[in-house]
Structures are given as structure tokens and as C-alpha cells.
Ligand binder design. Structure first.
Ligand code: ATP
Length: 232
């Protein structure tokens, strides 16, 4: 991947099977191809294997059978740190630190100027949100995000990922009930984040599908459906 030029990545799963330890296979002969710059929505019931697909992509585990490729390169031949510098994931449990909103957004990266941070927040449609916080970017957050809703914590995570300029973004969407204001902000931020990038969204809300080009339905670790969103 060091040799692959920057830009949205292509992802392919070729007959991938995987199980945790000695258990039942969780993914069975899964194949799909996500072209560069497209966003895929993955749907399926709890336990169907959605998160496992993304864990394999980040190489928390390797397939038992089959091959995963990024831009045609077998994932197993890519250094994990290089892979994770280009593929970013937003999970549902966002780490929030006892620190200012600024430090939580930049992940304590002091090379990110307030100007750059403001630009990022503007691109994501979040600047007004940040500015109206009691002390703006200096507002202190509690460890664990006690003073944020799940949706607001996800807004922070989206901004962090945006600032890291990944070429593939994986988003496990907040499944908690969102208030309408936060939901609208999240939708705007998602548009900004996925623009010009390859993306995978584990979608919990029907409305999240407006961000995707293709839809894949997973049932019992197998591909039950894959089509452009319009045909879903
Ligand atoms: P959800 O919508 O609830 O997040 P999911 O579709 O993402 O579910 P996975 O998390 O991929 O499903 O889980 C698929 C199966 O693998 C489930 O039966 C789950 O119990 C099992 N599983 C997931 N992670 C592990 C793990 N670390 N060790 C053992 N089994 C696991």
C-alpha cells in the first residue's frame, strides 16, 4: 500500500470465510467488490457478521479462507500501521477524554491549527454547533462523554477521522435514538466525510442509506443481496 497512490481505495472480498476460534463460521464465502469512491451500506440483523467484515478489513483478524484486497493488493502483504493510516473507522463507542472539545476533536494533535480545525468543522457543517457550546472549542468534556449524547460523541469521532484524511472510511453508525437536531448534523457531517472517499457504513437507520451508492444485506455471514441503492 506504500506504493499505491493516494486517493479513494478499491476493496474486494474474494470467497472470504472466517470464524472466531473454534466456533461456527461467522462469514461464509463472502465476495463483493466496492469500487473506488463509492459508499457501501451494510445491513443485517444483530449477529449477522457486519462488524466482523470491518474487523477483517482493519486486520484485527485474518480470514480462514479467501482473500481481501485493497487496490488489488492482498491485505496480508500490507503493513498493519500503513493500512490503518489509510483506513479509518468510527465505532459506536467513541472515546471521549476529560479535555477540551478542541483536544477531543484533534486527538491532542497540536499541529492542527484552530484555522484548520475551523475549516474541517465548516466542511462537515459543524462549526455552528461547536461555536454555540458554552465555551466554544474550550468547553471541557467529561471522560467517557457523560455530558454528550451518543450522537454528539459520534460527531466528534467523525471530525477526528476527517482530520486524519483517510482514503477509506468505515462508519458503524450510532444506533441509539438521536434527537432531530443531532441527526440532521450527523447527516450533514456524513456527506462531508464521505465526499470523494470510499466508504462503508454499517447502517442502523433507514435514512443513513441516502449516503450510500450500493447496499449489501448480510444474513448468517452470507451475502443475501447486493445492488445499487435504487434497486434495494
Ligand atoms: P450487531 O449488529 O449486533 O453489531 P453484527 O452483524 O455486527 O451484529 P458481528 O459483531 O460481526 O455481528 O458478530 C457476528 C457473530 O460473531 C456473532 O455471533 C457474535 O457473537 C460473534 N462474535 C463477534 N465478535 C466476536 C469475538 N470477538 N469473539 C467471538 N465471537 C464473536
Amino acid at each position: 500500500l506504500e506504493h499505491i497512490s493516494a486517493g479513494p481505495l478499491t476493496v474486494s472480498f474474494e470467497d472470504v470465510s472466517f470464524g472466531y476460534q473454534a466456533g461456527e463460521p461467522v462469514l461464509r464465502d463472502l465476495s463483493f467488490r466496492l469500487p473506488s469512491g463509492k459508499v457501501l451500506g451494510i445491513l443485517g440483523r444483530t449477529g449477522s457478521g457486519k462488524t466482523t467484515i470491518t474487523s477483517l478489513l482493519l486486520r484485527f483478524y485474518d480470514p480462514d479462507k479467501g482473500c481481501i484486497r485493497i487496490n488489488g493488493v492482498d491485505l496480508k502483504t500490507i503493513k498493519v500501521d500503513v493500512l490503518r493510516s489509510r483506513v479509518a473507522m468510527v465505532t459506536q463507542d467513541v472515546q471521549i477524554f476529560h479535555a477540551s472539545v478542541r483536544d477531543n476533536l484533534t486527538f491532542f494533535d497540536q499541529t492542527i491549527s484552530d484555522h484548520a480545525l475551523k475549516q474541517a468543522l465548516e466542511t462537515l457543517g459543524l462549526w455552528d454547533w461547536a461555536e454555540q457550546l458554552p465555551q466554544g472549542l474550550d468547553t471541557m468534556l467529561r471522560s467517557g462523554g457523560g455530558n454528550l449524547s451518543a450522537g454528539q460523541a459520534q460527531l466528534i469521532a467523525l471530525t477526528r477521522v476527517f482530520l486524519a484524511h483517510p482514503d477509506l472510511v468505515i462508519l458503524d453508525e450510532a444506533s441509539a435514538r438521536l434527537d432531530p437536531v443531532t441527526e440532521a448534523l450527523l447527516d450533514r457531517a456524513m456527506s462531508g466525510l464521505f465526499h470523494g472517499r470510499t466508504g462503508i457504513i454499517i447502517a442502523h437507520r433507514r435514512t443513513a442509506l441516502k449516503h450510500v451508492d450500493d447496499v449489501m444485506l448480510i444474513a448468517h455471514g452470507q451475502k443475501a443481496h447486493y445492488s445499487p441503492r435504487e434497486h434495494f
